[in-house]
Design a protein around this ligand. Structure first.
Ligand code: MN
Length: 395
């Protein structure tokens, strides 16, 4: 058993997590970083991802039941400054010691207690919370979506994300995917080039593919308000239907002003981390669509709350990815299928971008959709051979 970290908050006692209900005492929480190869390099605005690293979290009870969770960032610190090494350190040194020896019955209550002691750390909390949900589902013999109140749907459309490459390369990949009938909509990464050249690249891509194919672009906050005001109409004219996070995460005012006049729908991703961000965006009418992600939002409980706020403001939700393996993808599918406002599709393509997976039976893709898994917990079983192969050696 791991020793309680000397810096962990002394105000929190183990019994604080014990509320009436069925659970078993947590005996161990272990983590490992796994480096999983990709099918092809994945170029985003300022970085190229060669492999995807994930933190595997394993929570085991005194009677030997195990729940698994996955901590991810989208291929390095470029998105938010978060890293898998930081996630592992937070879980090992600060989050796990709070739960060891506890009987966590209410996951929402446990997360609330942890949040009262440690703010932020969304990516690490999401990984730990995922393992708690899986464990609870396995303990009760129920899929997690049933614990969340049941599914609104059993499958979710999956958009394919293209590399930030030249028009010929991107258009060829789109046509191939359309022919294979795996994906019917696409998302293009932008922002790594001069804005005018980048828009010309997108317009050229639109010319090379069949008309009417839904295309979104993700700028990851690369433009300022003036550039966005000048170039969003050109993206709309080219045939782009939705623009994700054109301006930096802090500029909610610019998002709201751009949205008022935009011919394209505005989607908030980096600007939407917390429930308070969701309220702020809603109050300011700053987004047509919210991108939800278990990792950036801090887990399933947080995603449920943000999804409810979105519904109250009449904002549609989109199921984002942090490039999870089948573990985090299955967890995302459970959360998103249980959300009433997740009506704008998803980009849960992680397992399709990875060259290998970490579970015995990966999540299933068919006819452009990823399908809900139905076993206890998230319905996926670790492949221990794969875990051994991809585990990063310490030191
Ligand atoms: Mn995004």
């Amino acid at each position: 058993m791991r020793k309680k970290n000397v810096n962990a908050m002394s105000t929190l006692e183990l019994r604080d997590f014990d509320v009436p209900g069925a659970f078993r005492r947590i005996k161990s929480i272990r983590t490992a970083i796994l480096d999983v190869p990709l099918m092809r390099p994945h170029r985003v605005s300022v970085s190229t991802i060669e492999k995807q690293s994930v933190v595997l979290v394993r929570i085991v009870t005194e009677d030997g039941l195990e729940g698994i969770g996955e901590g991810v960032v989208p291929g390095g610190p470029w998105w938010s400054g978060d890293t898998v090494e930081a996630i592992q350190g937070l879980v090992d040194q600060y989050l796990a010691p709070l739960l060891l020896g506890a009987e966590v019955s209410s996951i929402g209550y446990a997360i609330q207690r942890i949040n009262s002691l440690i703010p932020g750390a969304a990516f690490a909390k999401a990984a730990l919370e995922m393992a708690l949900w899986d464990l609870k589902g396995k303990m009760l013999g129920l899929p997690v979506y049933e614990l969340l109140g049941g599914a609104h749907r059993t499958k979710l459309p999956v958009t394919w994300a293209l590399e930030a490459d030249g028009p010929d390369v991107v258009a060829k990949e789109i046509r191939e995917k359309l022919n294979q009938k795996i994906h019917a909509s696409f998302k293009l990464k932008m922002g790594g080039r001069d804005p005018d050249i980048d828009v010309a690249r997108i317009a050229a891509i639109c010319q090379l593919i069949p008309a009417g194919v839904p295309l979104a672009v993700d700028l990851n906050g690369a433009w300022d308000e003036a550039t966005s005001r000048r170039l969003l109409p050109a993206l709309g004219d080219a045939g782009i239907s939705m623009v994700e996070q054109p301006v930096p995460r802090w500029d909610v005012g610019a998002l709201a002003r751009l949205r008022q006049n935009a011919s394209v729908r505005i989607m908030a991703d980096e600007s939407l981390l917390t429930v308070h961000d969701a309220t702020m965006l809603g109050q300011n009418s700053a987004a047509d669509v919210f991108t939800l992600k278990l990792a950036k939002n801090g887990g399933i409980v947080a995603v449920q709350r943000i999804s409810a706020i979105a519904e109250a403001y009449g904002i549609a939700c989109y199921g984002g990815t942090t490039i999870e393996s089948s573990i985090g993808t299955a967890a995302s599918v459970h959360a998103f299928c249980a959300s009433s406002s997740l009506t704008a599709g998803t980009e849960l393509f992680g397992p399709l971008l990875l060259a290998d997976d970490l579970v015995e039976v990966p999540v299933r893709y068919a006819n452009g959709c990823v399908h809900l898994t139905h076993g206890p917990g998230f319905g996926v079983t670790l492949d221990e051979d794969k875990v051994a192969i991809y585990t990063r050696r310490r030191g």
